[in-house]
Design a protein around this ligand. Sequence first.
Ligand code: GAF
Length: 387
Amino acid sequence: MISPHVSHTALAAFDQAFGHAAARLVQAPGRVNLIGEHTDYNDGFVLPCAINHGTVIAARSRPDMTVRVVAADYSHTIDEFRLDAPIMARTDTQWPNYVRGTVMHLLAHGVDIRGADLALAGDVPQGAGLSSSASLEVAVIQAFKTLYRLDALQPTAMAKIAQTAENKFVGCACGIMDQLISARGVEEHALLIDCRSLSTTPVKLPAGLAVMIVNSRVQRGLVDSEYNLRRQQCEAAARHLGVPALRDVSLEAFEARTGWPDEVVRRRARHIITENQRTLDAAEALKAGDLRRVGQLMAQSHASMRDDFEITVPAIDQLVEIMHAEIGDEGGCRMTGGGFGGCAVALVPESKVESVREAVAAHYRSPTGDSADVYVCRASVGAGTLE
Ligand code: GAF
């Protein structure tokens, strides 16, 4: 459950901007990925959970074709566009494009909607790799779904529309993970997602387990260009291996393959192939309550992201080492998300939270001297209404 404070902010912003009260309140969560990084666009497996930080939208339908949007977290600036005219990206500011692109692709899906007044508020730390943008996109779809009773619009379809908006309107070639977990999250569970079939299997988190997110305060740099480059390298590796996607290669077949044109591409492929297996193994270990095994897999995942996929940065490596030294074999930790800064995630017994927090406070500083922010999260439900 997202903090009630966020709902109050959205409702107050609505009143103030539009001069009357909102009719509906909806939410969509951010996410933390426990393991399975960059595997989604390789048709592989991921294991995220939705978190109790997200986007809340206060909304009211309009009889005309105008959409007005006020963003409480962006100095209450207002964006306005029409549904019966081409929806163009704004170049002066970025936040409206997540709304515009989502609405444009919602319309392309063939839904019957008219305009709306929307007030946005959120508490997902931005630029931290916790999917603030996916949570915004999915919340926008949820708002129209609720206002116009689009009951046939299922969560997986919502996620695909949101992903298309991000790919085609915002310009980030992301996979489906963030939008799908935001739409389909299950309370107290992680979701094992097969990113090819889009089938999801809820994995109950063991009782007494804490999901700790530690924000390195290193803002993710170069993320779009490096992300898109990783994607191209994975596609090149799949071509070399003669398969549709890296999902289709066993570790044995990969190791037997020779004649790589590029050593970097070979290492990128090794990360994806081993990470897919680690993700499946971690889901089993979590189900069995085997935290020691979960910890080993998370440590291997981090090393693979650092050495083979090269998406960590020195500050995150240091943060994970500090956490790992404190956690020992009682749980695990790794960088989470797209990389190049952002957050680490730890799965630890609740009794361990304070000592991990203290170790991070005592030993970690970002390159600019900041201490880390720590959020102890609950695995939360996906998008829905809040009344
Ligand atoms: C970002 C992307 F949006 C996801 O699709 C996923 O690829 C992730 O990075 C890395 O696992 O969050």
